[in-house]
Ligand binder design. Structure first.
Ligand code: SF4
Length: 409
């Protein structure tokens, strides 16, 4: 059961996810830890491996670690420290992306060297997206990964498991896209933190049980929207967001509470929600995050599922390349246009820009993001945070003063 975000902190969230992973491992699942949100879920499941996103743990300080390069970000350091402290015990293997950012590249290299007993798998991503050449390249890399998994665990790719996996992830995406669209129009249908934690729970344990929780939530939201005849509009907006074509939509909410958007890369969305609610509770308790453009939530959720027809590796490649891009990838201008439209069409009052400490991709993108919001007349605040939110008092004060400014406006 998901504990309401207003009542928990970062530590409790991580503990909750660790317990659900432990239960799944005790149930006989073999688990692969993934250090990056855009991973080939369906491929792992087709090999009877359960992929689980590895989250930063606030109880583990991401202190300087001599093995990693000095440029490595706080998130990479935190994961490395978790491994050094033997906190990743139920994992049978680890998955690292190649060609994403220097920190992840270095983390994967050093991990192999420092922990030679770990089974480490890597998938090299193309730097461009959506071209035929990129799909072909990624499909070949996926095939190599599939062979490596079979070599490690002896389970060949199963078409039957693949079909099941596609059904599971397609339903996950449809449900979360629906909630995201509903919240953009009427955020009161579900607090942001609960939406974010439902996503994080599924990414931790992508099982039918996690999906059931999500579907139950969607059923409740649909019931509420049915009363105001909003289901068709919400479904249409979900489809439009997926295709990044929502010129026909606008939202004119009848509320004076600040509507906040959050943008950034690999920040834990539910942990951020807990931080936000705590900060908002004193200055603007009705302020709500109506949309986030973070890597572990929006950018993971808004992607096309693989099709069952055709070559499965190509289909998985197309699905991975359809993810909404993030700061580690090309496509800045596309992302800025999308943000500009979101700010203009959905009555956003303020934008919080999250930057992970020592994250070059976040650091490069933040000035352009700020400038787009400023042009639209939307106040922004840049939050420089580490993976553990270790200086929470400073972060809370910064959010509080930002909300105060918005409330006065
Ligand atoms: S936080 Fe930034 S630097 Fe660190 S792994 Fe993610 S994208 Fe790379």
């Amino acid at each position: 059961m998901i504990v309401p975000l207003s009542e928990v902190g970062f530590e409790a969230l991580i503990d909750q996810r660790r317990q659900s992973l432990r239960r799944v491992a005790d149930g006989g699942h073999r688990i692969i830890g993934c250090v990056y949100p855009s991973f080939p879920v369906e491929l792992f499941l087709a090999h009877k491996l359960l992929p689980s996103v590895l989250w930063a743990d606030p109880s583990v300080p991401s202190a300087f670690e001599g093995s990693l390069q000095t440029f490595c970000c706080g998130f990479a350091r935190n994961l490395f420290s978790q491994r050094s402290d033997n906190l990743l015990e139920p994992l049978s293997a680890l998955f690292f992306p190649g060609n994403r950012c220097d920190s992840l590249q270095n983390l994967g290299d050093i991990w192999r060297f420092r922990f030679p007993e770990d089974k480490v798998l890597r998938l090299n991503y193309p730097s461009s997206k959506k071209s035929e050449a990129a799909i072909k390249y990624l499909a070949e890399e996926l095939q190599l990964l599939s062979r490596a998994i079979e070599g490690f665990f002896g389970h060949p790719f199963s078409q039957k498991e693949f079909s099941r996996a596609v059904g599971l992830t397609a339903q996950f995406r449809a449900s979360t896209q629906f909630i995201a669209a509903a919240r953009l129009l009427q955020p009161q249908v579900l607090p942001y933190g609960e939406y974010a934690e439902l996503i994080c729970q599924f990414l931790t344990t992508p099982t039918p049980e996690s999906l059931t929780q999500l579907e139950d939530t969607v059923a409740t939201i649909r019931q509420a929207l049915d009363e105001t005849q909003q289901i068709t509009t919400t479904e249409a907006l979900g489809y439009a967001l997926l295709h990044q074509d929502f010129d026909d939509f606008t939202s004119s909410p009848n509320t004076s509470s600040p509507r906040i958007a959050v943008i950034g890369g690999m920040v834990d969305p539910a942990a951020f929600a807990a931080l936000f609610y705590k900060a908002a509770s004193e200055t603007a308790p009705n302020a709500e995050i109506v949309v986030d453009l973070l890597s572990f939530s929006f950018r993971t959720v808004f992607a096309h599922p693989p099709r069952l027809q055709g070559n499965p590796f190509e289909e998985i490649a197309k699905s991975l390349l359809s993810h909404f891009t993030e700061p580690t990838q090309e496509g800045l201008s596309e992302r800025l246009i999308f943000l500009e439209k979101i700010l203009a069409k959905f009555a956003i009052d303020g934008l919080i820009i999250c930057e992970q400490s020592f994250c070059d991709p976040d650091g490069f993108e933040a000035p352009a993001t700020t400038s787009i919001a400023e042009k639209a007349g939307i106040p922004t605040t840049r939050l420089y945070l580490d993976a553990e939110f270790s200086d929470r008092a400073r972060l809370e004060s910064k959010i509080q003063s930002f909300l105060e400014t918005l409330t006065m406006r």
